[in-house]
Ligand binder design. Sequence first.
Ligand code: PLP
Length: 401
Amino acid sequence: MSQPNAPQGPSDSRSDAAPDVTRRSLAAQALGRIEPETRAVVMPLHVSTTFIRDPDHGYSSGYCYARPDNATVREAEAVLAMLEGAAAGALLFGSGMAAATAVFGALEPGDHVVAGTVMYWALKRWLREEAPRRGFTLTFVETDDLDALRAAIKPGRTKLVWIETPGNPLWTVTDIAAAAEIAHRAGARLAVDSTAASPVHTRPLELGADIVMHSATKILNGHSDVVAGVLAGAQADTFWERIRSIRAGSGGILGPFEAYLLMRSLRTLHLRAAAQSAGALRLAERLSGHPHVTRVLYPGLPDDPGHAVARRQMRDGFGFMLSIRVAGAEAGAIATAARVRLWKRATSLGGVESLIEHRASVEGPGSPCPTDLLRLSTGIEDTDDLYGDLDQALRAAHAVA
Ligand SMILES: *Cc1c(COP(=O)(O)O)cnc(C)c1O
């Protein structure tokens, strides 16, 4: 067994809002808010698209129309901002892609962006397609190599460094604090796609990042029934306000029903993240010794290249995502995925049900994903059941190869 990663400081699990109560406790109670009229412990779902205007034309409630803002969305945003320690608050969007693209939308023509080679594939494709049309330039670099990251920065022109850690689907780990220092020294902002880490394991803003992004479709919601995305900001500067204005103008806000479901899920986030990351570590350890597995990619393994940095910037586990490279090349991987019974053969990640995916065939040409790789999203099922199912699939695939 590898060592549990150490907490970063005495107050790491505490909330800034209520110094004596942990984030876990605050999340379990959705910040403990009580609905004033009925004293309900669950806040009502606000579906109204419009709000009464005061006789003097003002909006004393602060609400005017539901595209810029919604009370249920704000409730979920408050929980997310608390989880990330986000002084500027959080903004929910209709998907992770809507959240991520709003950040790039806030750039000015001529700005230069440095982004990771290993990152969510659909976002990389979007960047490649949209950067020339929107007038910003891009450099992709292996952001876990800090010298390469430093060299990719164009002083005065680089305005945004975008990293994903652990990075999908190889789970490479980028040093957030070091990347923040490199970005800031050049006058750029650092944004972190922290979907695979969740706020339970990593809080990028505390490590110096300016913006953290999650596909809330994944472990934040965790039940494979909501598509959502979130940004959390370290400071309410002009860039952040521009992002807020982009969301209001483009109509990218999450719907209230989805926000309600997400908030319900956030109450159990710590339990799910703990169970899922413990399961992922156990699977990674057992699969490391499997005769038909050539490599396990998981930052929680002591011999993983990202382990040392992960131990510093992740706490209470290393996340629910791992990948395996299997014997028998692409055919071996596809044959294994074809033979699972308990694991579900599907895309996405972070849900309570475990998913397996042959990622290279999803990403297509130009992807850094090896063709013998299977991406595993660990759910909350019994780990022995999950291992047993993978083991039988690997053996059955090998027998026919
Ligand atoms: C799924 C995912 C996204 C995109 O989020 P959607 O909610 O699907 O739009 C972005 N980054 C990572 C790491 C993801 O896993």
